[in-house]
Ligand binder design. Structure first.
Ligand code: GTB
Length: 218
């Protein structure tokens, strides 16, 4: 059964691949699983029909037969459990991979996301500089720990896994920033993820959505 995911009809990131459908597309590409995409407008996302699929009126969602799923981490885990290549066979290695998936979403992503939102929403606030300095300090502490743990390895725990897919998806939001440049092994880790053919296919597909939206009247 070919699953259907949802994505922004017009992504505010202008094709940079930062919205969370990208990590689901990437996982599906790694799995070799064809999929369909239903594009939703900001208005449609908040309507009952979409909320029946995604209770918070957000993207992405995932439908496969009778299965309806939301939360990008849960969707990536579902894909990884059903296809080869994203979760190790050994039970302990599998548990560690799932720990890295949680670490990406619960420990590393929050301050990175908060920094991004601050930079979009609060530049005019008198406390902006102080808050930015504090958040960047928190991110540097987290990423310093991650960088030491990764060391000179290609991936976080053996072969490439869903843990790397989510961690790299989270770090991509810092691409080009001094924070990532100051940690060359993490910058190289992100570049290794981006160089994967599955990532490139996923990126090209989401970019094609952006280009199509540009050609349409607003
Ligand atoms: N925890 C949920 C998950 O992981 O699936 C969070 C889902 C989520 O935040 N979805 C966002 C959304 O639908 C899109 S990805 N927002 C609309 C709304 O809440 O009304 C977050 C996102 C949005 C925009 C950019 N951007 O423009 O760069 C990047 C990422």
């Amino acid at each position: 059964m070919v699953p259907t995911i949802t994505a922004f009809e017009r992504s505010p990131d202008r094709g940079k691949g930062l919205a969370r459908d990208m990590r689901v597309r990437w996982a599906l590409e790694e799995a070799g699983q064809p999929y369909e995409v239903r594009l939703v407008s900001f208005e449609a996302m908040k309507q009952p029909a979409h909320r029946a699929v995604q209770p918070f009126g957000q993207i992405p969602s995932y439908e496969e037969g009778e299965l309806v799923l939301f939360e990008s981490g849960a969707i990536v885990l579902h894909i990884a459990e059903r296809h080869g290549g994203l979760l190790p066979g050994d039970a302990n290695a599998r548990a560690r991979t799932i720990a890295w998936m949680f670490a990406a979403l619960n420990t590393v992503e929050p301050p990175i996301l908060e920094r991004a939102l601050l930079m979009i929403l609060d530049r005019d606030k008198p406390w902006y500089d102080d808050r930015l300095t504090a958040l960047e300090g928190s991110i540097r502490v987290r990423l310093g720990d991650l960088s030491r743990r990764l060391g000179e390895s290609d991936w976080l725990d053996g072969e490439f896994s869903a843990g790397d897919l989510l961690m790299i998806s989270v770090l991509l939001r810092l691409k080009g920033s001094a924070i990532l440049k100051d940690l060359p092994n993490l910058a190289a880790y992100v570049a290794r993820g981006e160089a994967r053919p599955a990532y490139r296919r996923a990126f090209a597909d989401q970019f094609a959505v952006f280009e199509a939206a540009q050609a349409m009247p607003a």
